[in-house]
Design a protein around this ligand. Structure first.
Ligand code: ADP
Length: 271
């Protein structure tokens, strides 16, 4: 089901997408990429969100990527994974009005003119929404599959459904839906509230007949670590949040390859 020529050395390219902005797509993409790396996989993260590249900020990275040779850029290092962002390359305000062919050439360049090296998985943080730019990007990228991030409330789920439809249109398999900003645990009293509702994305996944990958709580720590450029999976790898992202990453990899990641490989039993 790949939609473009494969990228040499890169086993899988997976899009992280959302039907609309503000649902935590970029935060999820970053932490998911780090959680995949924590399973022993070689991981790259490509921030293709032309409308609001946020990966530089989420990883606390600035500056321009090094030019290795003509038409080849070195990815940046973000907590051990290879990172490239459209935000390193263009001024933040310029991309908003891009038309289809420009979008296509930008994504092609970021895929093919970056020295990704050998990767098990390249996670692509897609622009939010399901318009022409998003469709062009989905078509220009040789995707193995897509993940849809949604918050639990109805309004977000309608857009998530459009996301599933868009990827189906270009024959990209949906690897699963993630419910972000699910349960909120009050830091003072421990009471659980469902600010945006709860379980909506899981139900919607069942209705659309796509896998459900898990839910991420609405949590102050996730917001604070994102804003300070220190993703929670990197700075607190044994904490409760990292555990949630690792569980989702393991399920994602299993849905992608039909098997566990290297670190969870079956043990050889010698009798
Ligand atoms: P999108 O990429 O969908 O626009 P972002 O990843 O930029 O969304 O997230 C939007 C805001 O929500 C950011 O301030 C981020 O820190 C916050 N956020 C995302 N996920 C969570 C979460 N699970 N808990 C708390 N805050 C979150």
């Amino acid at each position: 089901p790949r939609t473009g020529p494969a990228l040499p050395g890169v086993r899988h390219i997976v899009a992280v997408a959302s039907g609309k902005g503000g649902v935590g797509k970029s935060t999820t993409a970053c932490n998911l990429a780090l959680a995949l790396a924590a399973q022993g996989l070689k991981v790259g993260l490509l921030d293709a969100d032309i409308y609001g590249p946020s990966v530089p900020k989420l990883f606390g990275l600035s500056g321009k990527p090094k030019v290795i040779e003509e038409r080849l850029l070195a990815p940046m290092d973000g907590y051990g994974i290879k990172v490239m962002s459209i935000g390193f390359l263009i001024e933040p305000e310029t991309a908003m009005i891009w038309r289809g062919p420009m979008v296509q050439s930008a994504i092609t360049q970021m895929l093919r003119e970056v020295a990704w090296g050998e990767l098990d998985i390249l996670v692509v943080d897609m622009p939010p929404g399901t318009g022409d730019a998003q469709l062009t990007m989905a078509q220009a990228t040789p995707l193995s599959g897509a993940v849809i991030v949604s918050t639990p409330q109805d309004l977000a789920l309608i857009d998530a459904r459009r996301g599933v439809t868009m990827f189906r249109k270009v024959s990209v398999p949906i690897l699963g839906v993630i419910e972000n900003m699910a349960t909120f645990i009050c830091p003072n009293c421990g009471h659980a509230s469902h600010i945006f509702g709860h379980g909506g994305a899981r139900d919607e996944a069942a209705r659309l007949d796509v896998p459900f990958l898990g839910e991420i709580p609405l949590d102050m720590t996730i917001r604070e670590t994102s804003d300070s450029g220190r993703p929670v999976v990197a700075v607190d790898p044994d904490g409760p949040h990292a555990k949630v992202y690792r569980g989702i990453a393991a399920q994602l990899w299993a849905n992608l390859t039909g098997g566990p990641a290297p670190r969870a490989a079956p043990r050889i039993v010698i009798e």
